[in-house]
Design a protein around this ligand. Structure first.
Ligand SMILES: Cc1ncc(COP(=O)(O)O)c(C=O)c1O
Ligand SMILES: NCC(=O)CCC(=O)O
Length: 424
């Protein structure tokens, strides 16, 4: 496999941008590939190598790269203009779609990224409750803003910043609890009356895929209600992925606020926060909680997001995507078991993740025990055999409506090939 063009461009990039990437998760050794194009479930690098893609840009591309219908919606909108600094028709239609589909969304406000959405939602929760404390999950990721950039650590203790430049004061009111442990959360609320709410991914997606134990989400709903704290579901990954009604629709648990990004922009930058009318009415200009942005509600992103959501709303789309994913995952699990290599594959709907060295991951602490070196070896093997995974072991493998049988066969065969050559 010739990679000389990527190698040389990656070198150029390293000189002009930190690590040669626009986001740290994209860096890997010896150098990241520079991508030229994507079509359906495949991407091509600038040396002309093709890969079956399981990164899928970390989630937005549920209908695949360069989906013709999404591309047309974008072209049609760009002919009319790219941004107006005023309401536009695509934005109205996307807001209508979200508020009529997502159970918690009585009202919704657009933003530009998932990071922005969670930043606004946290501020809104604090503004509405007039309390300061925000609880997050150990291993939960909500983007790169101060309140939520807190190191994963055991115990529901005050967090310490996981990045230089985050003042201690900014995370003094951020608390950590473990996923799938409602008792830990409840005891924190019993001890502390200054908790505005919890922001949590209903299915964890930044420590690999970790699903809720039976009754856990309903329990979190009950506890928050009893203590006057808000339940915020960060559905940046799971929004319009787990079902048309997102994770909350799938599990039948309605939070007070929800954040989204990724799929609602159909591959273009977008974010949104939404929730109960009474809370959302606190947002400026109606109320005293500020949220704004030049590109918020961008009409091109809105047109792409709307088309993507419309495609997935067609009968059978979610079911067939899930079936395809689960068939692949079952085959990969069998291969893992037959190989004698210790590990597990966790999955829901069209998301999965592969852990080595552990048998089950139920929370952020478990995920830390997984074998990262083995994952790196697998990543390298898959890449050199034409399957592109997200480089990090804590990310999600994403399937899309565009993944065809040939692609699934290639993924499974390559994984089996990797397992065969692992030295035991
Ligand atoms: C659950 C979750 N929330 C928030 C974010 C931040 O979104 P964005 O990267 O669009 O800012 C991400 C991903 O990056 C995410 O996975
Ligand atoms: N789970 C982490 C992300 O989705 C981040 C993607 C990026 O920064 O490219």
């Amino acid at each position: 496999m010739r990679l000389s063009n990527s190698e040389s461009e990656a070198g150029q990039l390293r000189r002009i941008t930190p690590g040669g990437v626009s986001s740290p998760v994209r860096a890997f050794k010896p150098f990241p590939l520079v991508i030229d194009s994507g079509q359906g479930c495949r991407i091509t690098d600038i040396d002309g190598n093709d890969y079956v893609d399981l990164c899928m840009a970390y989630g937005p591309l549920i209908v695949g790269h360069s989906c013709p219908r999404v591309a047309k919606a974008v072209r049609d909108q760009t002919k009319k203009g790219s941004v107006f600094g005023a309401p536009s028709h695509p934005e109205t239609k996307l807001l209508e779609k979200i508020t009529s589909t997502v159970p918690s969304a009585e009202m919704c406000r657009m933003a530009v990224s998932g990071t922005e959405a969670t930043m606004h939602a946290v501020r809104l929760a604090r503004g509405y409750t007039k309390k300061n404390g925000i609880v997050k999950l150990n291993g939960g990721f909500h983007g790169a803003h101060n309140t939520v950039l807190v190191a994963a650590g055991s115990g529901s203790v005050n967090g310490t910043p996981s990045s230089l430049g985050v003042p201690e004061d900014d995370v003094r009111n951020t608390y950590l609890v473990e996923y799938n442990d409602a008792g830990m959360f409840e005891s924190l609320l019993d001890r502390n009356e200054d908790i505005a709410g919890i922001i949590m991914e209903p299915v964890m997606g930044n420590v690999g895929v970790v699903t809720p134990k039976k009754g856990y989400l309903a329990e979190m709903r009950k506890i928050t209600k009893e203590h006057g704290a808000l339940l915020i579901f960060d559905e940046v990954i799971t929004g319009f992925r787990l079902s048309a009604g997102s994770a909350q629709g799938r599990f039948g648990v309605t939070p007070d606020l929800t954040t989204m990004g990724k799929i609602i922009g159909g591959g273009y930058p977008a974010g949104a926060f939404m929730g109960k009318r009474e809370i959302m009415e606190m947002v400026a200009p109606n109320g005293p909680v500020y949220a704004a942005g030049t590109f918020a509600g961008n009409p091109v992103s809105a047109a792409a997001g709307l088309e993507t959501i419309d495609i997935m709303a067609e009968k059978g789309r979610y079911d067939s995507l899930e079936k395809k994913t689960q068939t692949l995952v079952a085959r990969m699990r069998d291969a893992l078991e037959d190989s004698g290599v210790r590990g597990c594959i966790q999955s829901i709907a069209s998301m999965f993740s592969i852990y080595f060295g552990v048998d089950e991951v139920t929370n952020g602490s478990d995920a830390q025990k997984a074998d990262r070196d083995m994952f790196a070896e697998m990543f390298d093997y898959m890449l050199h055999h034409g399957v592109y995974l997200p480089p990090g072991p804590m990310e999600v493998e994403f399937m899309s409506a565009a993944h065809d049988e040939e692609a699934c066969e290639k993924i499974a065969k390559t994984f089996e090939g990797f397992l065969k050559q692992v030295k035991k």
